[in-house]
Ligand binder design. Structure first.
Ligand SMILES: NC(=O)c1ccc[n+]([C@@H]2O[C@H](COP(=O)([O-])OP(=O)(O)OC[C@H]3O[C@@H](n4cnc5c(N)ncnc54)[C@H](O)[C@@H]3O)[C@@H](O)[C@H]2O)c1
Length: 351
């Protein structure tokens, strides 16, 4: 790579690429966006113009084959991640891919093993880890401030926000509803804060309560009821090998106070912490008290920070900031919730 700028090719020129990845890469002085690929040519042309990219493609295999590209950034709908990531790794590119990296353990492992064989970096874009309070929380837990974590609650619930694109509501494209879409954010962050205890058993339920009807209006517009083939609510319960447990809830529609609640509570023997508020509860000399973590100032937008962390790991040969070995545990839990819901049984996780 020498001292030249790293060249990025983006596959999937939709919302997240336009609003988050292109501005994030453009903010890095040593990166240029060389190519944009989308099956919708007009979307690719529009984003290439905004990104200053000279190459426009409609076939991800052709983008993966471009010699001048160092990094492939995958922003397609969930089920389209695996083929694109595999093609890019097989062509010798480093890959950052939007969450969820894949919707099955098998696919995450296949990508991870390929990255290992090709000695290329693979990162899941879990930008919540780069939010200031997540950084403060990680430091606090790392210093032992919570004692031993023994239970967590993970919330990713919305009252009336259904992403209306088929890439989210059609199971054949998304692999799941709010559980895969936003549950994955809060779950990954909670696991990261808890230092990735190993999940061993999961049970759960995924169901449609409101999305086939019209009792709750979506603030993001109408969705196609017929194409809606995912859940609008999911819940899960997880056991870890260290005896800790976790309860998870995810929804796009439901009756609740907040429009969106993406948060986690981690209970430890030394105290309980809440993200993203940074609230902390404990006792001293038998007296209960509450306090508040302070978040670091002056950090870049989390979406930008995650991309720059990936640049750093590629250039300075550091471990992937969000390695597939962690993501596989997150996906095992989410996949387990769906399997448990289908079978009515608790699912054993063997990784
Ligand atoms: N990290 C976050 O906060 C966040 C936010 C939104 C979306 N996402 C994730 O990003 C991904 C994309 O979401 P979005 O909101 O940008 O969706 P989107 O529907 O706006 O865009 C997806 C784009 O991918 C294109 N596409 C589909 N299959 C393709 C293929 N095989 N090759 C090339 N292009 C293809 C589509 O034409 C579309 O333009 C999803 O995995 C989603 O979960 C993450």
């Amino acid at each position: 790579m020498g001292s030249r700028k790293l060249r990025v090719g983006i596959v999937g020129a939709g919302s997240v690429a336009t609003d988050c990845h292109v501005p994030g890469w453009l903010a890095h002085p040593d990166v240029e966006i060389a190519a944009i690929c989308d099956i919708n040519k007009r979307a690719a042309v529009t984003l290439a113009a905004a990104a200053g990219a000279t190459q426009v493609l409609t076939d991800y295999k052709k983008l993966a084959a471009l010699k001048e590209i160092d990094i492939v950034d995958v922003c397609t709908p969930n089920r389209a991640h695996t083929p694109v990531v595999k093609a890019a790794l097989a062509a010798g590119k480093h890959v950052i891919c939007e969450k969820p990296l894949a919707v099955s353990v098998r696919d995450v492992q296949a990508m991870g093993r390929l990255a290992r064989a090709k000695r290329r970096k693979l990162m899941t874009a879990q930008h919540y880890r780069y939010s200031p309070m997540a950084i403060a929380g990680k430091r606090f837990l790392g210093s032992g401030g919570l004692g031993t974590p023994y239970h967590a609650r993970v919330y990713a619930t919305r009252s009336n926000l259904v992403p209306t694109g088929y890439g989210f509501i059609d199971e054949s494209l998304s692999g799941g509803g709010p559980c895969m879409d936003i549950g994955v954010h809060a779950l990954d962050l909670c696991m990261h804060l808890m230092d990735f205890p190993k999940p061993v058993r999961v049970s759960g339920s995924a169901r449609v309560n409101f999305a086939k009807g019209r009792s709750i209006r979506g603030a993001w517009g109408q969705w196609n009821r017929r194409r809606f083939t995912v859940e609008d609510f999911a819940s899960g319960f997880v056991h870890f090998d260290n005896g800790a447990t976790m309860a998870l809830e995810a929804s796009w529609l439901g009756h609740q106070e907040d429009t969106e609640d993406i948060s986690t509570l981690i209970y430890g023997t030394g105290g309980t912490i809440q993200w993203p508020t940074g609230k902390y509860w404990s006792t001293r000399d038998g007296v209960a008290y509450a306090t508040q973590l302070t978040e670091p100032d002056g950090l870049p937008r989390a979406y930008t920070a995650e991309l720059h962390a990936f640049y750093d790991c590629v250039v300075n040969q550091k471990p992937s900031p969000v390695p597939w070995e962690q993501t596989v545990q997150v996906i095992a839990i989410l996949e387990g919730i769906y399997k448990s819901s289908r079978t009515g049984r608790e699912i054993k996780i063997k990784l």
